[in-house]
Design a protein around this ligand. Structure first.
Ligand SMILES: Nc1nc2c(ncn2[C@@H]2O[C@H](COP(=O)(O)OP(=O)(O)OP(=O)(O)O)[C@@H](O)[C@H]2O)c(=O)[nH]1
Ligand SMILES: [Zn+2]
Length: 310
């Protein structure tokens, strides 16, 4: 936990798990009494995993995130559909997404790559960066601003760890190169919240990284507002847009108002969200148990007197 007096190890009070709450998440601000976190302050935003077919409270993966960095690499083709999906997830959390295109040093035509994404991600800031040359890193830090909290989402290997290190100006995350250096894959990274030069915070948790999607239809509809709007005009409320009579989506595809690729992106997103939610739920519960175990172990090892922090 970060406090005004440096890092502390604390334990969440049992009351934080009362009445179906899932307890503190990374990014939460809490009130401390001794080494006990006794209260979670109201969240401004939350990344939530809701689980289809279960009545349990949604799992909060990370809280109080202002900016979601949707990270993708500039190597290879622009993966617009994938970026759209991450944008949908970001919007649904209540945070503002920013697309960060990494590995600019490996791209021959940065301007064109950025333009392609800008055209697709309307209204979203798109920033090229290179963690190798440092290009764009200062701009990104400035964009985050003091006191604001950012988190990264994006597929494996696009350079999130490298970006975290570049933003922090020190090694805070093990990059793929280091991890594959014979030290094993799961040796590092206990810390999940980093203070950046300039006063911003960066949240980097496995939970966020793996959070490709969740079953938040609202978020899907924000990124695919055009498709959602069409779907609302279908004759049948539960239209699956698979050839039903009076399907407004099919009509729009037929007369060229809707790009079939966008439609299939939207459909894939919904299917994938459902699948992902089921898969992540099991893992999230295992992670939470491991986290609690290490909290208690840490307390035994290192008793101290914290006051407030996150
Ligand atoms: N040339 C170049 N290579 C980069 C850059 N950023 C990352 N890389 C390389 O890309 C590979 C993956 O980088 P990571 O930072 O480990 O990627 P990641 O997204 O954290 O990957 P996961 O931890 O698997 O999710 C490493 O070999 C990095 O050295 C960059 O800006 N330029
Ligand atoms: Zn329809």
């Amino acid at each position: 936990m970060l406090t005004d007096q440096g890092d502390r190890r604390v334990v969440p009070a049992a009351s934080l798990y009362a009445s179906g709450d899932t307890g503190p998440a990374v990014g939460d601000w809490v009130v401390l009494r001794g080494e006990l976190a006794v209260e979670i302050l109201p969240r401004t935003t939350a990344f939530v995993r809701t689980v289809a077919g279960r009545t349990s409270a949604p799992q909060v993966v990370a809280a109080n995130i202002d900016v979601v960095l949707v990270v993708d690499a500039m190597t290879g083709n622009a993966r617009l559909r994938r970026i759209e999906r991450y944008l949908a997830v970001a919007w649904s959390s209540g945070a503002t997404p920013v697309v960060v295109l990494t590995k600019a040093d490996l791209c021959d035509d940065v301007a064109t790559a950025v333009a392609a994404v800008r055209e697709d991600a309307v209204g979203v800031e798109v920033l090229p960066v290179s963690s190798v040359t440092g290009e764009g890193v200062a701009e990104l830090r400035a964009l985050l601003g003091p006191g604001r909290t950012a988190a990264m989402v994006g597929p494996s290997g696009v350079g999130k760890s490298s970006l975290a290190n570049a933003l922090a100006g020190r090694t805070v995350a093990a990059t793929r190169d280091i991890r594959e250096d014979g030290r094993g894959r799961h040796t590092t990274t206990v810390r999940e919240l980093h203070g950046l030069p300039g006063g911003a915070f960066l949240i980097d948790t496995p939970g966020m990284r793996e959070l490709a999607l969740h079953d938040d239809a609202g978020g899907v509809d924000t990124a695919y507002a055009d498709v959602a709007e069409l779907a609302a005009d279908c004759r049948f409320r539960d239209c699956a847009h698979r050839g039903e009579p009076g399907c407004a989506v099919a009509a729009a595809i037929d007369d060229g108002r809707l790009d079939p690729a966008r439609f299939s992106g939207w459909r894939k997103l919904q299917a994938e969200a459902h699948r992902q939610a089921l898969r992540l739920d099991a893992r999230a519960r295992a992670e939470e148990r491991a986290r609690l175990r290490s909290f208690h172990r840490a307390l035994k090892d290192q008793p101290n007197r914290p006051r407030a922090g996150r």
